[in-house]
Design a protein around this ligand. Structure first.
Ligand SMILES: [Zn+2]
Length: 151
């Protein structure tokens, strides 16, 4: 099994035969997010999709009490590799895999932005990210305020 490099995230794995990218390029020259960065991206938006028109929650319980279900994706705002959507040759590999260059989305929205990068350009994704973080901050402040008023 190989991580598919047709998409800018690694939630799914496909067999090398299913992946349309030549096997030699799989796993090379891509600047994937480390697991810690993915967690930070998810938590900064309360594990909700950052698309302002979606905002669906991306985590929930599994039937196994020891597990959770995740349908969220740490997507690249500018592509992880040359030729990918919204690729910015001016970024260093470190910048490309930094939290700054990531946005937390549900699987549907992650697919959408990579299939139509002209419509879903970097500036729009920055706007979604900023809005999602502001909503998460407002929600956490509201929760603290309600708890304070109740107690
Ligand atoms: Zn979404």
């Amino acid at each position: 099994m190989y991580a598919c490099c047709r998409v800018s995230h690694t939630l799914f794995t496909f067999s090398a035969r299913a992946c349309k990218v030549p096997r030699a390029t799989v796993g090379r020259a891509r600047n994937e997010f480390p697991a810690g960065i993915k967690r930070v991206l998810a938590n900064r938006v309360g594990t909700r999709c950052s698309n302002s028109d979606c905002q669906r929650t991306t985590s929930g319980p599994n039937s196994d009490p020891e597990k959770a279900v995740n349908i969220g994706v740490a997507a690249h705002i500018t592509a992880a590799a040359a030729g990918g959507p919204r690729y910015d040759a001016g970024l260093s590999p470190e910048e490309r895999r930094s939290a700054e260059n990531g946005i937390w989305l549900c699987q549907t929205c992650a697919k959408l932005i990579d299939n139509d990068p002209e419509r879903y350009h970097s500036e729009l994704l920055w706007e979604w990210k900023r809005g999602a973080e502001e909503r998460a901050l407002a929600t956490s402040r509201h929760t603290v305020l309600v708890k304070t008023l109740v107690n």
